[in-house]
Design a protein around this ligand. Sequence first.
Ligand SMILES: *[C@@H]1O[C@H](CO)[C@@H](O)[C@H](O)[C@H]1NC(C)=O
Ligand SMILES: *[C@@H]1O[C@H](CO)[C@@H](O)[C@H](O)[C@H]1NC(C)=O
Ligand SMILES: *[C@@H]1O[C@H](CO)[C@@H](O)[C@H](O)[C@H]1NC(C)=O
Length: 253
Amino acid sequence: MDSGAWLLFLVVVAVSTSGHIHSEAILRLPSESEEISRDYCDSWMLAVETNNAGTWNRVPASCVDFVAEYITGDRYRRDCDVIRNLSAAFAKSVGLAGDGRDAWVFDVDETLLSNVPYYQGVGFGSEIFNETSFDNWVDLAAAPALPAILSLYNELKELGFKIFFLTGRSEFQRNATETNLLLSGYRDWERLILRGSSDQGKPATTYKSEKRAELENEGYRIHGNSGDQWSDLWGYAVSARSFKLPNPMYYIP
Ligand SMILES: *[C@@H]1O[C@H](CO)[C@@H](O)[C@H](O)[C@H]1NC(C)=O
Ligand SMILES: *[C@@H]1O[C@H](CO)[C@@H](O)[C@H](O)[C@H]1NC(C)=O
Ligand SMILES: *[C@@H]1O[C@H](CO)[C@@H](O)[C@H](O)[C@H]1NC(C)=O
């Protein structure tokens, strides 16, 4: 039972034992306020996903339960499955040149790998980001794959795409990141690109655009790009199609 159902249960018990309470008014209140909060958080998340929310730095306190339920539940999994299928349908429609230059780019965090086990311990994004504790988590190399994306990755490889991983993580995290990717099931990617010393401090949009432009200069055609942040997807040297995965836990400009 969730907290609303418990409250309803207790109120019903109180009503049926006392007989003095005006049941309707009391019975409706908890579920109504819960619904208002749920509706608001649903709309807030849509605004986040469409980037109408712009830059934000923590999940509103009233939406922590909503985000927790979403990101640990079936809905997130289904949303990712739909995106997986749309991505695969597009990939199949691409006429690959067969010269080994047809590319797809993936972000790492909340795309290839899920950090939900970490965010569970820090209020699902309701606390300000703590780089030290996140880096400690990265060192554990324990993030599971997003099942939908692992499946898409394998399908793209079979179709013949060259796959590039482009992450905001830094070079010092290369080993932990590669170890984690292997442990969670990824194999035979073309290249893992991390922030080098000259990339530190750049906004993600700038850094990722620069790296994609370098790939284009090497002759790669970037057909698809999958990421949970708008900064993974826009800027310049953008892919023919971009696929935005949901992430209501944090925003990276
Ligand atoms: C995705 O595609 C697979 C294979 O065609 C299908 O079984 C599955 O139902 C689809 N899932 C969604 C959420 O569209
Ligand atoms: C950030 O995380 C580290 C390591 O867990 C911890 O020692 C530190 O107190 C945290 N900082 C804040 C501001 O919570
Ligand atoms: C690579 O990373 C893993 C996971 O963090 C760690 O267990 C291992 O010791 C690291 N290896 C090297 C050579 O640093």
